[in-house]
Design a protein around this ligand. Sequence first.
Ligand code: PMP
Length: 454
Amino acid sequence: MSLAVQTADLDVIGAGFVHLDYAATAPCVRAAAEAVNALLPSYGSVHRGTGPRSQTSTLEYERARDVIADFLGCRPGDQVVFTRNTTDALNLLARALPPGTTTVVFDGEHHANLLPWPNQLRLPAPATPEEAVAAVDRALTDLRSGSGSLHPSGAGFGGARRGADPSGAGFSGARRGADPSGAGFGGARRSASPSGGRQSGPVLLAVTGASNVTGEVWPVRALAAVAHAHGARIVVDAAQLAPHEAIDLREIDADYVALSGHKLYAPFGAGVLAGRADWLDAAPPYLAGGGASAAVGDEVGDVRWQTGPARHEGGTPNLLGAVSLAAVCAALAATDRTALHDREQQLLAQLRDGLRYVKGASEVTIFGPWRARVGIVSIALPGRDPSGVATRLADEFGIGVRAGLFCAHPLVRRLTGATGNNGCEGGLLRASFGLGTTPADIDALLAALHAILR
Ligand code: PMP
């Protein structure tokens, strides 16, 4: 198959203003819209009828699953479960964990990949990719041996801060070299201690593929390798990675991946959890009801549940969501993603360089390192309320960005050096982009910031 740099299928729909908030929700591309339009005249209920509409819909729904499995490099036997979004996908996996599973997370995660996990060991976000791998290695070693400085209860906001320097240098903005306590987990918190000390049950490492705050790409391949070396599994929150980089489960050797259609240029309402089938097939259904049940007896609790994805897809499936998401995946798979990546890096460089010349630029702090980043840039403008700046960008210049804490409160607190659960007030200002973003969009943002800060 010959790869196009970018086909018309990936043209973004809609124009007229500068949208730089892709990390929240990306605009829809033509492939998705056409997939929806093609089905509108003929859709029916999936898996529930014998009529032609229903048959077509069932075929299209299952075909969408296959397309997404290919797009994600699923292995034979892996499952693709349709969910509402990434949050839903990660909650589904959290509910499907075998009893006694310990989960390990960094505290720089989006709340969707922080809050669902039970029996949680929370590690401070590391300063570099190497530190990330070393921290996980240490944590898993200590978990298995029962040694290390586990805190018996880290309820609430876990993860010790590693310093208040908002320089942003280093992995997820964590300050390199700060809090070098080294021993044990160096500030790890544990929500509950299911087995007291030594952990003999399953362990799941939950990591983001790319930060929604700093855009930083995490070393998921290396983290998967270290997790597997300890007999643990890994799930990658690819909500922000998937729109920017190709993901191949076989290549990165991750066990699970979760993503959202609305960040991947499809309409709202469909997400995916893909990966190993065994835990999913053994778990209680995520959504009990029709579709998830194969046979229901007269007695309470007399139910035989489906195996396979249907077990967790109770209720009438979101056909249009699944099919439009698959259409985007197919279009992206037929595209030269390296060329898209290079184009995005040029836009990033343009924004980074341009920010230096914005009036008062010495005051602007850009968070996160530049070594591996998707199209996401968060900045702080001292003395300025980010939401006020965002409102002016929208009202006076027609530019959409996002202000706030981006559902990553512990990380934004650390980046800004704020303390306390409600610190860092207005948070940061974030510009994020992808397909459809032009150099003119970046220039418009820079010029508008210049005018506002003047
Ligand atoms: N993970 C990351 C890294 C995200 O950026 C987001 C959305 N901002 C989510 C998870 C949750 O995605 P959704 O709201 O689509 O469930």
